[in-house]
Design a protein around this ligand. Structure first.
Ligand code: HEC
Ligand code: HEC
Length: 369
């Protein structure tokens, strides 16, 4: 039995937070001068800021491993089938790419490339985001064009620059592999014809719903004050004071809203207009899903175009373009140190590559065309 978490509680509305973010208190001028006099050549010394329960409230509850798919029921049989499909390269037309190629589960669910090569090495248009914790996002893809992981998982299979199948061709492949028949039947006992693309997506979604990475940060959220170092605590305070939490909030520190990229200053790369590419509505120009910051230290390069390799630089750009603020290098480094506490453990047993059922006599050959 799975406890269905109300995902809604993960993402508190962000409007109330903007106010909190905006009252970034400034030191009075005389106080500043006095400080400058006593601490010559030092950057302004941070007031003794403390982490209050109110500040932590925005990020509650701590991440738990039983976050389940919000869309479909999850069973052991589905998870096991989903794991096999996730690693199966026959889901690509040329039998050379699996989900794990671009979302390597040993590498925090990414490939660490700016954009990923797909069918015949064709480059994709966007950076591959992590599959870890993705099931908890309110929508899938940078532009939110897919509602949930079950549906999402069917899309790369049909994408001509990714796995390059058609629904017919991938279904034919799955049906031709004798070992998959009983696995689909066990995962979808009510279905007369269980081997379908939709069911393959449901099974992979079930598998993804447990790719969850609780981290040191969650210990801190649960009240263990010693789980963060002073530098990491300073970084969290700097993150809050800068106002990053207006968008990166909730358990996943993102994944819950759309926001404009370039809220305060036009983003340098305007080629990809985000949600506008889907809706063609002017108001959706440069609107992207706010990404989760879970495992962010491991998932470089950053942004939808993978254009920035350094986390410190990404943090400073966010300050400049999203908040109209200069984030000092020291603050950015502290924030990056705090982000290290969002790095969880990959579930080694759960993600171990399974053996796959062998192809049958009728399995179509790899097709490089
Ligand atoms: C060739 C590389 C490639 C392959 C293969 C691939 N993906 Fe992706 N994946 C991407 C890219 C790139 C995106 C972002 C695309 C976008 O937002 O338009 C993405 C997005 C996603 C997302 C959304 C995450 C988020 O934060 O919104 C999930 C989940 C995902 N992929 C799972 C899968 C699964 C499951 C498979 C196998 C069926 C798969 N991917 C195959 C490259 C790939
Ligand atoms: C107004 C909303 C907003 C604010 C405020 C904001 N961000 Fe973001 N952040 C976004 C969006 C939207 C993206 C996705 C950018 C893209 O599509 O390339 C993003 C992306 C990021 C990324 C890259 C994530 C990835 O997976 O590549 C990091 C790191 C980040 N933000 C950190 C911060 C920090 C640190 C702050 C505060 C200085 C901040 N953000 C403030 C909306 C915001």
């Amino acid at each position: 039995m799975h406890q269905s978490l109300k995902l809604v509680s993960f993402f508190m509305g962000s409007s109330a937070l903007v106010a909190t973010a905006a009252c970034d208190s400034k030191k009075s001028e005389p106080a500043k001068k006095e400080q400058a006099a006593t601490q010559a050549a030092e950057k302004p010394v941070k007031k003794k800021a403390e982490i209050t329960p109110a500040m932590l409230g925005l990020y509650q509850p701590p991440l738990a491993t039983d976050l389940v798919s919000k869309e479909k029921p999850v069973s052991e049989a589905k998870v096991n089938l989903g794991r096999q499909l996730y690693f199966d390269k026959r889901l690509s037309k040329n039998h050379d790419i699996s989900c794990n190629t671009c979302h390597d589960l040993q590498r925090y669910g990414v490939d660490n490339l700016a954009v990923s090569p797909g069918h015949r090495g064709q480059p994709g248009a966007r950076n591959s985001p992590s599959v870890y914790n993705a099931a908890g996002h309110f929508v899938q893809f940078w532009d939110g064009r897919s509602p949930h992981v079950e549906h999402q998982a069917t899309q790369p299979i049909l994408n001509p620059v990714e796995m390059a199948h058609t629904e017919e061709s991938v279904t034919a492949v799955l049906k031709s592999i004798p070992g998959y028949q009983p696995l689909f039947a066990a995962a979808f006992p009510d279905k007369k014809d269980p081997v379908t693309l939709t069911n393959a997506g449901d099974a992979m979604g079930a598998f993804e719903s447990k790719l969850i990475t609780p981290a040191r940060w969650d210990k801190f959220l649960s009240g263990d004050q010693n789980s963060l170092s002073p530098k990491e605590k300073r970084g969290f305070i700097a993150f809050n004071e800068a106002g990053c939490n207006a968008c990166h909030t909730g358990t996943l520190l993102g994944g819950g809203t759309y926001q404009k990229l370039g809220a305060m200053k036009p983003w340098p790369n305007q080629k990809d207009q985000g949600r506008y590419e889907v809706t063609k509505k002017d108001s959706d120009k440069m609107i992207f899903k706010v990404p989760s910051l879970r495992n962010i230290t491991e998932t470089a390069p950053y942004f939808h175009d993978g254009s920035v390799g350094s986390l410190v630089e990404a943090i400073q750009m966010m300050g400049e373009y999203q908040l109209g603020k200069t984030i000092s290098e020291k603050d950015a480094k502290d924030i990056a140190a705090w982000m290290g506490t969002l790095k969880g453990e990959v579930p080694e047993d759960y993600i171990r590559e399974p053996s796959l059922p062998p192809s049958g006599p009728n399995t179509p050959a790899a097709d490089p065309s």
